[in-house]
Design a protein around this ligand. Structure first.
Ligand SMILES: Cc1cc2nc3c(=O)[nH]c(=O)nc-3n(C[C@H](O)[C@H](O)[C@H](O)COP(=O)(O)OP(=O)(O)OC[C@H]3O[C@@H](n4cnc5c(N)ncnc54)[C@H](O)[C@@H]3O)c2cc1C
Length: 388
């Protein structure tokens, strides 16, 4: 049974082969990866060999020339295993699309084939210790000096920060620009460039196998050829590409919610209290009926949103709604599902415990849910003249 109306036989086969691969290669190792706090690079190479990295990339750069619908399938199947595999979706559907959309032919030839094979693992570095939501306020500078930019500054919370060997870095090429966002540009910075160092792997509440890190730039000389697109257009590019990023996060939260519902329904049927299954209590039934209803609402919303996105329609307002509503709903559902597991829900050997830890960040990254609501409100005409 296809999950979405737009799925073809090709999608179904793709999902089936990815699921089989993940069941064999990822599921049995995932707990160890969580303990190691890292997914091995060899796993990325395996994904690349089987065509599960950036299948949307043009065939002339080594990809399969497919569209984002295959990215949806990859994102869902990875999330089914665990949120620690988020970095793969970030590489496939968030960072690489910038190179595809704004890169020169030379940049595409240089970087895309490695992104498809898994030799190149990408990261996007926007956030800094002093600024996250207020992206135009970044302070990392890139000052032109002949054929190079000299980069100075610091980034934090960077997904794939440790495994990554190519970072797309938001910098200020004109620190005095007014309005501030006009001074923002994007630079491709390779691991090993003198002056570019990685900081510590950050110790997170959840998503333990996901490598999140700090990046430092100290008089780091980056060839001017590594500018992505035009100078001063970086903010505009990010606003454009953040839409797909938010869709990817909403999809992950939806998948996690479906997984939590399934886990909890199974658990309450098998656990007895007061001589009957926990599933027989009306409170259990009402809670799970509510979560099941919200799960269906999220799925229907996403299905139409994915279709609109594939058709190239403007999804800014609706994707902000989906990202904030689904991630908030999933966070509430995680707490209810843990509660229904009783004490076992608080034990690491039960997957619900991991889901409970992993979910909250989804309402924080890719633009916080508060920022999502400011976008929705603005597009409702609520922040114009006269609004308070
Ligand atoms: C695990 C993880 C992975 C991440 N991966 C990446 C990555 O790969 N690349 C990257 O660049 N960044 C990444 N981030 C950073 C993430 O995008 C930021 O944390 C996020 O955008 C929020 O920025 P901040 O942490 O500076 O919070 P702040 O901007 O300081 O916000 C603090 C609080 O104030 C609220 N707030 C701020 N402005 C407003 C407003 N105008 N109205 C109402 N409320 C407001 C926020 O919603 C929030 O609740 C990651 C973060 C985490 C935790």
């Amino acid at each position: 049974m296809p999950r979405y109306r737009w799925e073809t036989e090709e999608h179904e086969l793709f999902r089936e082969s990815l699921r089989k691969f993940l069941q064999k290669e990822a599921e049995p190792r995932y707990d160890q990866w969580e303990k190691d706090r890292l997914i091995p690079k060899s796993f990325w190479k395996q994904l690349g060999e089987l065509g599960f990295l950036c299948p949307q990339v043009d065939e002339k750069y080594g990809g399969l020339g497919l569209d984002f619908s295959f990215g949806v399938i990859i994102g869902e199947e990875m999330e089914r295993i665990g949120a620690g595999l988020t970095g793969v979706g970030l590489h496939n559907d968030i960072v690489v699309p910038y190179i595809e959309a704004y890169g020169t032919d030379a940049q595409k030839k240089k970087y895309l084939p490695g992104c498809v094979t898994g030799d190149r693992i990408t990261a996007i570095a926007m956030t800094e210790p002093g600024t996250g939501s207020d992206l135009a306020g970044i302070r990392t500078t890139a000052i032109r000096d002949g054929d190079h930019y000299v980069v100075n500054g610091q980034k934090t919370f960077i997904t794939n920060g440790i495994n990554g060997n190519l970072a797309l870095v938001a910098v200020k090429t004109d620190p005095d620009a007014e309005p501030r966002h006009r001074g923002v540009s994007l630079l491709l910075i390779e691991e090993g460039t003198p002056g570019f160092t990685k900081g510590r792997k950050l110790d997170k509440v959840g998503m333990h196998s996901q490598d999140t890190a700090e990046l430092y730039f100290e008089d780091c000389r980056v060839p001017a050829d590594n500018l992505l697109g035009e100078e001063g257009k970086g903010f505009h590019y990010m606003m454009e590409k953040l839409q797909q990023e938010r869709l990817v996060v909403a999809l992950a939260a939806q998948t996690a919610m479906e997984d939590m519902l399934r886990l909890t329904v199974d658990y309450v049927k098998s656990r007895d209290a007061f001589g009957r299954p926990v599933a027989a209590f009306q409170n259990t039934q009402f809670k799970l009926a509510e979560i099941a209803t919200e799960t269906e609402l999220g799925k229907a919303f996403l299905e139409s949103l994915i279709a609109d996105h594939l058709d190239g329609k403007d999804i800014v307002t609706k994707v902000s709604m989906a990202k904030s509503w689904i991630t908030d709903t999933a966070k509430r559902a995680a707490a209810d599902c843990m509660q229904l597991h009783g004490g076992y829900g608080y034990m690491e050997e039960y997957k619900i415990a991991r889901r409970y830890r992993d979910i909250p960040v989804m309402s924080i990254y890719a633009g916080t849910n508060e920022i999502m609501k400011t976008i929705i409100a603005k597009n409702m005409g609520l922040s114009g003249a006269g609004a308070r």
